[in-house]
Design a protein around this ligand. Sequence first.
Ligand code: NAD
Length: 262
Amino acid sequence: MDPQPLARKVAIVTGSASGIGKGIALRFAEEGADVSCWDLNLEGAKETAREVEKAGRKSLALQVDVTKSGEVEDAAKAVFDQFGKIDILVNSAGIIRAHFITEVPEEIWDSIITINLKGTFLCIREIAKYMIPQNSGKIISISSKSGKKGGLWLGAYSASKFGIIGLTQSVAMDLAPYKINVNAICPGNVFSTPMWDLLDKEYSKKLGVPPQEVRKIYVEKVPLGRECTVEDVANVAVFLASSYSDYMTGQAINVTGGQEVH
Ligand SMILES: NC(=O)c1ccc[n+]([C@@H]2O[C@H](COP(=O)([O-])OP(=O)(O)OC[C@H]3O[C@@H](n4cnc5c(N)ncnc54)[C@H](O)[C@@H]3O)[C@@H](O)[C@H]2O)c1
């Protein structure tokens, strides 16, 4: 492998104030990329940007609500103006809530679909405008194992994550003539993320067990016998962002320890 497969690349990572997005941003910096960190949480994005710079790369932290087309458009322009190109987009901004179907509040349905699916669409739409004239680019969206298989109480989340896979397959066709690769990653259960602090409580209700037992139940479903780590996801993101994946597009790669195989 190239010692720095992302050398001289410019990446945008949405949702990079925490969790998987932060892990991918920092790993991209280690692999040689300059990284613009986008998040609603500006302080968190700035902290990630400081860590990118500590790794010797350039960074630009921006407060961006991925559901607002004007903000996404302005932020993409700011990155292009500062760095002169955009090579990689990672869509990691997302939320989850778990409710029995008759109890899903309409506003929760709307916010899950809007942030996870429309936000991914808006970022792809705006950043593809810069990648098309370059005749190159890598777009990676974080779906989920819930994007391959529905789950108890996860109607809205699962619909948004299936949607990301349909979007990925379709946009891959649109952008193939421009040598832009469009793929998704479907992680398993990444317990180290803030998302799981919430899920422990919500899943404890749905499973009828104490919060501290939830993770054990989820690990027991994994053939490789452990949780998914941010590093497991970042490894695949680096591959999909690098030239090693040049002949792959429209794929949704499971990183689930064997829990999902389709
Ligand atoms: N944690 C898991 O087990 C897991 C598993 C599979 C997939 N995922 C997916 O991975 C992605 C990252 O999740 P995570 O676990 O790192 O969660 P996280 O909560 O740590 O990170 C999500 C980030 O998105 C940001 N965000 C939320 N709404 C936004 C908006 N409108 N605009 C911009 N930023 C916004 C948040 O501020 C946060 O920093 C999500 O899409 C999630 O669905 C997570």
